[in-house]
Design a protein around this ligand. Structure first.
Ligand code: ADP
Length: 327
């Protein structure tokens, strides 16, 4: 059977990330440039099941490259986890004559895509969109750089209060069990330390911190904490610190959803544009069930199975850098 690529379906799924719109624009325009029709699917897998599918032209993606979030909306969809849900999704794909799918999202989105592609003969290419940067096979995910910049802007402001009042701040950042945001934002904001889930199993990081006398020469400090049950979060650590070191004036800030929004940085817009174009190129090349990644500034193709299952390690030597620079 000859490979037919006349129409693609495009969706965003899972957590939103700044730069997703730049990817939507790139996929849409590259497809149309190559004579391929684009069906935009609203609300991720939910819209694929409930048939929220419309034709997209180049104008539909005008003036969105600078916007955070996703114009296609996103949703969590428990129904797609069931064979019955996926059957309805596939029926809609047939109904709209969609030959291949491009999905923009994270780990969960690609897990769903992989299962769907196993059950039905539909080529799928993924584009990594998540602020957490927790996907194996790509140096960066779309949204990570923007989130990092949002965090350091916030930490810079908190630093003013920390130093004026001579306080110790625990600032919690997102990351969903990965320490990339915490570790790199700590370096970029000149924080005294980062507490990350990857290291928690090896040492008690709070004890290690105190052991190094991190407040010896300072009267204010910032510790960036990755959200995670493993780290105990900023509140858990602050509680412990208050008990073990009542001499410190401890405060907590949980940055929360501010980290997800905002206009994407130049870097995120560029990788989103490159990845979007690469996704269509990959489909034209008859590739399927891969995630587009970027490694050493080159586009790469990563099988879904690897992107999902393999752990992406954080560079723990960065903890050493942080420690040296915070003396
Ligand atoms: P992210 O893509 O950001 O990791 P989620 O983990 O919420 O976000 O996953 C997004 C969606 O992908 C889920 O709402 C669900 O519809 C689908 N999905 C996730 N895991 C599976 C699975 N094991 N089987 C089928 N679909 C899944």
């Amino acid at each position: 059977m000859q490979y037919k690529l006349e129409c693609i379906g495009l969706l965003t799924s899972g957590g939103d990330a700044p730069g997703m719109n730049a990817a939507i624009r790139a996929v849409t325009r590259t497809a149309i440039y190559n004579g391929i029709r684009v069906k935009a699917i609203y609300r991720g897998y939910k819209g694929l099941i409930s048939d929220e599918i419309v034709d997209f032209q180049t104008q539909n993606v005008s003036n969105i490259i600078q916007q955070g979030g996703t114009i296609l909306k996103t949703a969590r969809c428990p129904e797609f986890r069931t064979p019955e849900g996926r059957k309805i999704a596939y029926d809609n794909i047939l109904k709209h004559n969609i030959d291949a799918l491009v999905v923009i999202g994270g780990d969960g989105t690609f897990t769903g895509a992989r299962i769907f592609a196993q059950e039905y003969n539909i080529p799928i290419v993924g584009i990594p969109g998540t602020i957490d940067n927790d996907l194996y096979g790509t140096d960066s995910t779309i949204g990570y750089d923007t989130a990092l910049n949002t965090i350091i802007e916030a930490v810079d402001k908190i630093r003013d209060t920390a130093s004026s009042h001579e306080r110790l701040f625990f600032i919690e950042v997102m990351g969903r069990d990965a320490g990339f945001l915490a570790l790199n934002s700590a370096i970029a904001s000149g924080a005294e330390a980062a507490i990350i889930p990857e290291r928690e199993t090896k040492v008690d990081q709070l004890e290690e911190l105190i052991g190094h006398g991190f407040r010896k020469s300072k009267n204010s400090s910032i510790v960036i904490v990755a959200e995670s049950d493993v780290t105990g979060g900023a509140n858990g650590l602050a509680e412990r610190m208050r008990k073990e070191h009542p001499e410190y004036d401890v405060r907590v800030t949980i940055l929360g959803h501010i980290q997800r929004g905002g206009s994407p940085t130049a870097y995120d817009r560029i990788i989103a544009s490159r990845m979007g174009t690469a996704a269509i190129d990959a489909l034209l090349d008859e590739q399927r069930n891969i995630m587009i990644g970027i490694v050493n500034n080159e586009i790469v193709h990563v099988p879904f199975t690897k992107a999902i299952k393999d752990d992406k390690p954080v560079d723990e030597s960065l903890l050493g850098v942080l420690q040296i620079l915070s003396i």
